[in-house]
Design a protein around this ligand. Structure first.
Ligand SMILES: [Zn+2]
Length: 618
């Protein structure tokens, strides 16, 4: 490890962070350890290199004289079980770095900086988030990618049509999906008792995009096009002149003739394009207005009719399958005709069938959308930005997943879940961008049903009072509704109220609105600020919209209103929201991910428990 410069630095940062933390609460120490271990993991360091040891605060301070830089507030000193956690390997290493004459330049710089302040420290998390964004061009893919992550972390799938009773136990990890576009995952704490609460992060899997219409055929001026429908409030101007692929789900007839099954498809190349109109063909007025007609101007071009004639209608390079038509002609059993296929563009059907290795006749229906095929990238002079499609809200989905997976992992020799008294849950909903009122949206019964079913399955066999228990579980629960926030735009700075203008790479943003477009109130806002303070994260930023501007909303108030659970709306600051390509800061990812572990820790600690919250409210 000494020879690996990256790890040396990561370890030094981690050790400094732990040693200088003024908070010796055991759970917060564990949170800090989690941060350290994820750092070391990202530097490909085996977990066995980390040793966890509780020791006295004084001894930790001896390892790190710099610990006295931030004197702990008096309130935290009274914790009787005061214990600090040290990474022995790291502290020794860091100590040697700070005294050795041969230490690298970084050893002097880290001592004077708050931990994890360097952009490079954040890149591993940002890069793994970027690959999640690229794998999730639509809600169906987002759910599949998320389920894969959960399966790899030992979560098992529950079926919504079967009772949970007898299937879930304390210490277990589970997930279920609805319509395969909404996903709920949860882990039951090892010390869970009936009536205990839920710690929940909510997010959404959908983003504004262009969806292929139920009848996709469209033709004009010698071009074969696709009919598309606007989903959500996109900045549609940004969809022009981009390389667009096609993704989504296809319902494929089962070979035994009974029903259909879902297959995901991703035509991951520039299959279609929506060209801009040349500037020479626009009047001065049209140029200035930059206005588009969503019906007339957004249909993408798939092929030219000349090309179709030349190739006999094959799907084009990489997507064609000339054997398909012949194959179906040879098929003696008559193809199913339900009037759907003849309204679809045959080139599209061919490409999809070829990608999935099926016959065109097997396609019963599809839900397809366009997406930008350009992968996410790091930008800015110091690689301090992530540029990607769908940051709103896949960034939150990914960080919620990572938070849950880290909280429930025991491979670091640290079993947080065994000690947990509550249920830790993430709920990633579809249809937020169109108001959440749907089968799979946050306005559906999914959330309250999940809480009720899990509570009752875990309390099964015990005597009576299940409604009462359910109500008490709700009262003990806390929802972090996580969705991207608006960072201040330097060229449009007047669009923000100047005291509430979050900046990128400057930490999480709490969103508030007196008219309840956001769920945050004084108590829930305080809890999250306190988490950030105790975990040594950047101070939380605050956002309210200007009085002369409309306000967006998200799932926080919807979940709160439907279930009666306390909630807060927060998220990472970003620019270009609802553009086909958005921008956020790499350093904000970490703050958000650890806010959840922090929430778990803070809610369980005696000083800040949910009981204390109820007390404050009364
Ligand atoms: Zn959003």
């Amino acid at each position: 490890a000494h020879r690996d410069g990256r790890w040396t630095l990561a370890a030094a940062h981690a050790a400094t962070h732990i040693a200088t933390s003024p908070y010796n609460d055991r759970r917060m120490s564990r949170l800090l350890f989690l941060r350290a271990s994820s750092l070391c993991r990202s530097a490909s360091l085996p977990a066995s290199h980390l040793s966890v040891r509780t020791t006295s605060a004084a001894r930790t301070a001896a390892y790190f004289p710099a610990a006295s830089r931030q004197p702990p507030p008096a309130a935290d000193m009274r914790t009787p079980r005061s214990a600090a956690l040290s990474l022995l390997a790291c502290t020794r290493l860091a100590a040697s770095l700070s005294t050795s004459s041969g230490a690298s330049a970084s050893s002097t710089s880290y001592r004077g900086m708050p931990p994890l302040s360097r952009v490079s420290d954040h890149l591993p998390l940002a890069k793994s988030a970027m690959s999640y964004f690229d794998s999730s061009p639509d809600p169906f893919h987002a759910v599949r990618t998320s389920a894969d992550m959960l399966e790899a972390a030992g979560f098992s799938e529950l079926s919504e049509v079967e009772p949970y009773e007898g299937k879930i136990v304390p210490g277990g990890k589970y997930y279920f999906t609805k319509n395969k576009s909404t996903l709920v995952a949860f882990a039951v704490g090892g010390k869970y008792e009936r009536g205990n609460g839920f710690k929940i992060i909510g997010g959404h899997t959908d983003s504004p995009n262009l969806r292929i219409k139920p009848r996709s055929k469209r033709k004009a001026a010698g071009c074969i096009q696709l009919g598309v429908e606007c989903y959500g409030g996109g900045l549609w101007n940004t969809w022009f002149d981009r390389d667009l692929g096609i993704s989504g789900r296809v319902l494929v007839r089962r070979q035994d003739g009974n029903g259909v099954e879902q297959k995901l498809v991703k035509l991951d190349r520039a299959v279609v394009r929506i060209p801009n109109l040349a500037i020479h063909l626009q009047t001065a007025k049209e140029r200035e207005a930059f206005a588009i007609n969503k019906e007339d101007h957004l249909s993408p071009i798939l092929a030219t009719e000349v090309k179709k004639a030349l190739t006999g209608g094959e799907g084009g390079e990489g997507g064609g399958n000339s054997g398909e038509e012949k194959k179906s002609e040879k098929n003696s059993s008559a193809p199913v005709k339900d009037g759907w296929t003849e309204y679809q563009e045959p080139i599209l059907l061919r490409m999809v069938a070829s990608e999935l290795g099926i016959d065109i006749e097997d396609i019963a229906d599809f839900e397809l959308n366009l997406y930008d095929v350009q992968p996410a990238s790091l930008g800015g002079a110091y690689s301090e930005f992530v540029h990607s499609a769908r940051l709103d809200n896949l960034a939150s989905c990914y960080l919620a997943l990572r938070g849950l997976v880290d909280h429930t992992a025991s491979d670091d020799g640290l079993d947080l879940l065994a000690d947990d008294e509550d249920i830790s849950m993430i709920a990633l909903f579809d249809h937020e961008e169109v108001g959440s009122s749907s089968l799979t949206g946050a306005g559906s019964p999914i959330m309250s049903e999940a809480v009720r079913r899990i509570s009752s399955a875990l309390g099964a066999g015990d005597a009576g009072g299940s409604d009462d228990l359910y109500a008490s579980a709700l009262a003990r629960s806390f929802v972090l509704s996580v969705d991207q926030a608006h960072a201040i735009h330097p060229n449009y700075a007047s669009k923000h109220e100047k005291n509430h203008a979050p900046r990128m790479n400057d930490g999480m943003v709490i969103k508030r609105n007196a008219n309840q477009r956001y769920a945050t109130n004084g108590i829930t806002g305080f809890v999250v600020r306190e988490i950030a303070r105790r975990a040594g994260l950047s101070p939380v930023q605050e956002f309210v919209v200007r009085n002369d501007c409309g306000c967006g909303s998200t799932i926080g108030p919807i979940i709160s209103a439907a279930t009666g659970m306390r909630a807060i709306d927060l998220g990472c600051p970003q620019l270009s929201m609802h553009s086909i390509r958005e921008t956020m800061g790499v350093c904000d990812c970490e703050c958000l991910m650890f806010s959840w572990s922090g929430c778990a820790a803070v809610l369980e600690s005696s000083a800040m428990g949910t009981t204390a919250l109820s007390f404050m409210e009364s």
